[in-house]
Ligand binder design. Sequence first.
Ligand SMILES: [Mg+2]
Length: 110
Amino acid sequence: MFNYLTEEQDNILKRASETWGTGFQKDMLQEECAELVTAVSHWKRDRVHISAIFEEVADVLIVCRQLMLDHANSGIEMYLHNMIESKMNRLEKRIILGDVNAPILLRDEE
Ligand SMILES: [Mg+2]
């Protein structure tokens, strides 16, 4: 459903989990998200090219895909599908209503 990698790349991620286990994923997710946050900080101060952002986005997407694959039997893809649909519907509603809080588009309803 939300597969932005090829089947072959998915298989590499599955082999990585089989080889090293899944216990390291929390650390990897945390580390890659932190690297993305750091890259954004540097980008905001014009210290890096936007390509540095997308390099870190690629890492985060890969780790997220591995997380999805390792939890494939728990219905996580349907949950993710529903979450994205809900958030996109809310975003569209805010656009239609001309929500003045547009810069915080994905923040939960208060
Ligand atoms: Mg990284």
